[in-house]
Design a protein around this ligand. Structure first.
Ligand code: UN1
Length: 510
């Protein structure tokens, strides 16, 4: 196990051991199946985690509900103070925790650090939020009546997160849910259990220091644990990040029991290069958009739609940039690496199958296309040209660094192609033309939740609401007014007139 080797002592600094309990509800346990976590960059085992079983999950739900009853009585700014301490504790552990994110997912060191930073940022946001989130006072049609609106916590918030952002997505949900008075029960991805355990340890230490009950719980587990969390009525809001396919089932299940749901599902994000685009900027954006996190962000650029005048020169220049990256493929923790491994053998298999399908459909592999023969899961970043805009592979999200470059006649056609896919997460246009820019962000423009101009499809900040339309699920997390989803709204009419009066002029008295 890597954890036994001296250069991996940072894992012990996070409180991890060779075998770790994967369930926390005030104390640590884990009586379910034991799971080994592997380094995707070498295939070596890092350490093991004892997952929870369904009974343990149910206990966690019960304790989460109890913890909520105490937590909802704590004044919001005092809850914010606890979130501030969580942010500070994360600052202390940012280096080793970010390094673990990198090791366990396969993303490069700076992206691992960036992910923990995203959690820290949302804590800061939630601290401020705890003092300013508020309802309103509405004019009543009745004399000496006042209508108030108040936002109250929902109760227990369940969070199911994915392997590609095993730390930040939990953070977005937890920071806002806690500040607004909810308790949280988390199930991280089965293949990133060490990040779940290490992150929860950091949060649990803050709770312990403040003599608080387990307002944050963890139950690592497989699909049985996930399905139970989704189906249980005591979970008032379920925030799910994952595939469109699973997300659809989750959404229906939660709706069936009249629970609330936030869905953050797949993307098929396009970057449009208009004839007026700043080419250098567009190329740099394509590089990070397509290859950052080895093509495994929900917001990764999957399609580049280029104006026909620029198409050939753009492909040529992008291919040259990709070639410069080849020597930078390597283990995610090596300093010079820009392209780490993909997460599992499954990602490699999907990569291969997608490239074969693209070739059969008449696509040209303009760059890459091969799996590297070395231990770990390494693939070449790949550019495919010459496919129709509506080819099956182009309309599908493959979690790998594959991009399709499409040739469009004009921006209107590019926008139509941007919008014709099922998913609606992120999108970007590169243009210097103000008319095209405003068309893009208008009602006839991009139909995505994230609509960028002259910047990447990926790498959103926490201040805005994050999420997408259509098959992406419609959920919004992180900033703006996403906090409202973690609350129930009470409309309160107060009669201070001393007499009863009906609205709409109705007379009803004897
Ligand atoms: C995800 O891929 O699930 O905008 C989240 C981004 C990151 C979050 C991605 N801030 O790319």
């Amino acid at each position: 196990y890597l954890i036994d080797q001296p250069e991996y002592s940072f894992l012990k600094d996070l409180g991890l051991e060779r075998d770790n309990p994967g369930v926390f509800s005030g104390h640590w346990q884990g009586r379910g199946k034991s799971i080994t976590s592997y380094d995707p960059g070498s295939g070596q085992a890092i350490a093991t985690v004892r997952q929870g079983n369904v009974q343990e999950l149910q206990q966690c739900i019960g304790l989460g509900v109890e913890a909520y009853k105490q937590w909802r009585q704590v004044p919001a700014p005092v809850r914010g103070e606890i979130v501030r301490q969580i942010g500070d504790e994360l600052r202390k552990y940012k280096e080793p925790l970010g390094k673990l994110v990198s090791l366990e997912v396969g993303k490069i060191y700076s992206e691992g650090q960036g992910e923990v930073q995203e959690f820290i940022d949302i804590c800061d946001y939630a601290v401020g939020l705890s003092r300013i989130y508020a309802g309103q006072l509405i004019n009543s049609e009745r004399a000496e009546h006042t209508i108030l609106e108040a936002w109250r916590p929902l109760g227990l918030v369940g969070v199911i997160s994915a392997y590609n952002f095993p730390n930040a997505v939990f953070g977005w949900n937890a920071a806002i849910a806690l500040a607004t008075g909810n308790s949280v029960l988390w199930k991280g991805a089965p293949s990133t259990p060490l990040v779940s355990v290490a992150t929860t340890r950091i949060v649990a230490e803050v709770l312990r220091r403040n003599n608080l009950p387990a307002v944050v719980g963890l139950c690592q587990g497989g699909t049985d644990v996930g399905a139970t969390l989704v189906a249980d009525k005591r979970v008032n809001l379920l925030s799910f990040t994952g595939s469109c396919q699973t997300g659809r089932d989750v959404g229906v299940e939660v709706q069936r029991r009249f629970g609330k749901v936030i869905l953050e599902l797949g993307g098929n994000n396009a970057l449009i290069v208009d004839a007026s685009a700043n080419m250098k900027m567009a190329l740099d954006a394509a590089l990070f958009g397509c290859i950052g996190t080895t093509g495994q962000r929900c917001t990764t650029t999957r399609r580049i739609i280029v104006h026909e005048q620029l198409h050939d020169s753009f492909v040529d220049a992008l291919t040259k940039k990709y070639a410069q990256l080849l020597p930078r493929i390597g283990h995610q923790l090596e300093a010079q690496t820009l392209v780490g491994p993909v997460h599992t053998q499954q990602n490699v298999d999907n990569y291969k199958a997608t490239i074969e399908e693209a070739k059969l459909l008449g696509g040209t592999v303009a760059f890459g296309g091969s799996v590297l023969s070395r231990p770990g899961y390494y693939v070449e970043p790949t550019i495919i040209t010459g496919l129709p805009h509506d080819a099956s592979v182009v309309h599908r999200e493959t979690f790998a660094p594959i991009v399709y470059v499409l040739k469009a006649r004009n921006v209107d056609e590019a926008i139509a192609w941007n919008n014709e896919v099922e998913q609606g997460l992120s999108s970007a246009i590169f243009t210097e033309n103000i008319g095209q820019a405003f068309k893009w962000i208008g009602a006839q423009g991009s139909d995505c939740g994230i609509v960028n101009i002259n910047t990447t499809t990926n790498g959103a900040e926490i201040g805005g609401a994050f999420g997408g339309e259509k098959a992406t699920g419609g959920g919004r997390e992180s900033g703006s007014d996403a906090w409202k989803q973690y609350c129930k709204r009470a409309t309160i009419t107060v009669n201070h007139s001393g007499e009863l009066a009906c609205a709409q002029g109705v007379v009803f008295s004897v």
